[in-house]
Design a protein. Structure first.
Length: 276
């Protein structure tokens, strides 16, 4: 795994296999555990952006499920590991917020097609050893689409691409979304992107003129074949119903995040609430 983040991982266990220079060799899983719970966690806890996020998690204390997508392989890369570390800290904060509820349980579901076998095993086994009130599980999209807890689910999608969001929003109708600042994302959506109908509709209905660039001039509406169209720069955009009426951004660190060893792991991150 990538291990060039400036930290040195040391094992005190004597039964480890020795590598070059007689140094005790750790498994990937031990290195990941050490970084998550002895190094990265401290850095994130002390950061201004997590302090702001933690304050706003109180607003969504009823969360019982977190669905994490597009994380990347945290066994092989440092930035996904920082993003996983943030997820661990979010989990700990939600448990703390609900400490007065003896029945409170939290399920953390993760999926990314690039996950390796080691990633999946770490999710299903190693992460589950830390808190009896938290269940970590690897779940593919087919099983997750049967989820009946959307009102109580936080979607955590750091740097999710536009196609994923265009697929996810109309299908799963997330109420809470922690990911790239949506209004920055929408500036990259163009009317000629015929596979971005849902995101184009969010852009048309929720981005004011100050957020649009010069090519985003929606000119007029017409009907064809009983379907309403909006004309933008000579391209027709089909109008569809959205499942929400308002987008509320509950955090304020998306425009600037302090420098840290996490590099761009959390750039443009924002906590959104989609209100019916």
């Amino acid at each position: 795994m990538a291990d060039n983040d400036g930290f040195e991982t040391v094992s005190l266990r004597k039964n480890r296999r020795k590598g070059k220079n007689n140094k005790l060799k750790l498994s990937d899983e031990e290195i990941i555990t050490d970084k998550l719970y002895n190094k990265y966690n401290t850095l994130i806890q002390k950061s201004e952006f997590f302090e702001n996020l933690a304050t706003n998690l109180v607003l969504i204390k009823d969360i019982t499920h977190v669905r994490c997508l597009a994380l990347g392989s945290f066994i092989e890369d440092i930035q996904p590991l920082y993003q996983l570390s943030l997820l661990v800290e979010i989990t700990n904060k939600l448990i703390d917020i609900n400490s007065d509820n003896d029945d409170y349980k939290l399920t953390i579901s993760l999926y990314d097609p690039v996950f390796t076998t080691k990633d999946i095993n770490f999710i299903n086994k190693d992460l589950n050893d830390k808190n009896k009130n938290v269940t970590w599980i690897y779940e593919d999209e087919k099983k997750w689409e049967e989820n009946e807890h959307q009102e109580n689910t936080l979607y955590y999608i750091p740097h999710g691409d536009l196609h994923l969001l265009n697929y996810l929003f109309p299908l799963m109708k997330p109420k809470y979304y922690l990911g790239n600042y949506i209004f920055d994302q929408l500036t990259r959506v163009k009317a000629e992107d015929t596979d971005m109908i849902y995101l184009n509709n969010i852009k048309m209905k929720h981005c004011d003129n100050t957020r649009r660039n010069d090519s985003d001039d929606f000119q007029h509406i017409k009907k064809r074949n009983n379907k309403t169209k909006i004309i933008e720069s000579n391209f027709e955009v089909e109008v569809v119903d959205l499942y929400f009426k308002q987008i509320r951004v509950n955090t304020n660190f998306h425009q600037h995040i302090e420098q840290g060893p996490w590099l761009s792991s959390f750039s443009s991150l924002a906590l959104h609430e989609f209100i019916d």
